[in-house]
Design a protein around this ligand. Structure first.
Ligand code: 5GP
Ligand code: ZN
Length: 110
């Protein structure tokens, strides 16, 4: 089994509060939410970070980007939302399986 936290989550070895799942991606609630809505969107394929994305992943990346507004709408974020991708140690990345943070709600701040 992979020693990647989010791969374990995909395999079901670690529980998560899933919001959406299909053959390409998984969406679940962040364990330490920084806003009223704080979801993590991850590809089922293990990609360590944005730096490791290759042209082979273009379709997957487009799919994930286009899923964000749908997820936001489902969460009731009618006025907008924030998307964050932390990359590498300098970018504050902690979990090395690519993930898009989807944040929204009244406490979002600047
Ligand atoms: P990063 O800094 O790598 O972009 O953020 C990793 C995110 O994963 C953090 O917001 C953290 O709260 C979240 N996280 C870490 N471990 C777990 C976990 O086991 N389950 C869930 N649902 N989220 C996690
Ligand atoms: Zn992984």
């Amino acid at each position: 089994m992979s020693d990647c936290l989010f791969c374990k989550l995909i395999e079901g070895a670690i529980p998560s509060q899933q919001v959406y799942s299909d053959d390409k991606v998984l969406v679940f609630k962040d364990i330490k939410p920084k806003a009223a809505v704080h979801l993590l969107l991850i590809p089922r394929k293990h990609i360590a970070s944005l730096v490791e994305v290759t042209p082979e992943d273009d379709e997957l990346m487009a799919y994930m980007l286009r899923l964000l507004p749908t997820l936001a709408r489902q969460q009731g974020l009618d006025t907008g939302f924030r998307t964050v991708i932390n990359t590498g140690p300098g970018g504050g990345q902690i979990v090395y399986h690519l993930h898009f943070h989807l944040l929204g709600g009244p406490d979002l701040g600047d």
